[in-house]
Design a protein around this ligand. Structure first.
Ligand SMILES: [Fe+2]
Ligand SMILES: [Fe+2]
Length: 160
């Protein structure tokens, strides 16, 4: 007999997978936009890093969507989309690299919170495959945050 999972726990996993999928797609959009918008020699490293992360975030979305499908669901389309990344909007001043760094740190922090929630929910729903996926993606998001904390430190230490 299959282990008894409390009612609602599997729904919570599905809800979090959908939310994480939408957040990844919003991150792709804002990283792409900022990688285009930023100007200046000092922005080059940030732009290159954003371009690399876009591919990883897109891969996260793909894996979340595939997992939703395996669970009998499907990833949402754009009509389900609700924007939430206020601090990651492209800055009015295209040389304001600090604003983008802060926006990335906020987005990565939110992603880390979501994947931690998903790990707990998948554990409660006795769904080790989703839990394993959430742990793998969490490790990527922590690496992104570490990289941008490095940029933040660099920008804090000079007055540029
Ligand atoms: Fe991601
Ligand atoms: Fe990330």
């Amino acid at each position: 007999m299959a282990a008894c999972v409390p009612i609602g726990m599997a729904d919570r996993v599905t809800d979090l997978l959908e939310r994480a999928y939408i957040d990844e797609m919003e991150t792709v959009m804002n990283y792409q936009t900022n990688a285009i918008v930023l100007d200046g020699v000092r922005a080059e490293e940030i732009k290159n890093s954003l371009q690399e992360d876009i591919q990883e975030e897109l891969d996260h979305a793909n894996r979340l969507g595939q997992r939703l499908k395996q669970l009998g669901g499907r990833p949402p389309g754009s009509e389900a989309f609700v924007a939430g990344q206020e601090s990651l909007q492209p800055p009015a001043d295209s040389t304001d690299v600090r604003s983008v760094i802060q926006g990335v740190l906020d987005a990565e922090g939110d992603a880390i919170d979501t994947y931690r929630e998903l790990i707990d929910a998948a554990d409660a729903a006795d769904d080790p495959v989703t839990e394993d996926l959430a742990v793998t993606i969490l490790a990527d998001e922590e690496a992104h945050r570490t990289e941008f904390r490095g940029f933040e430190t660099e920008y804090r230490s000079d007055s540029v």
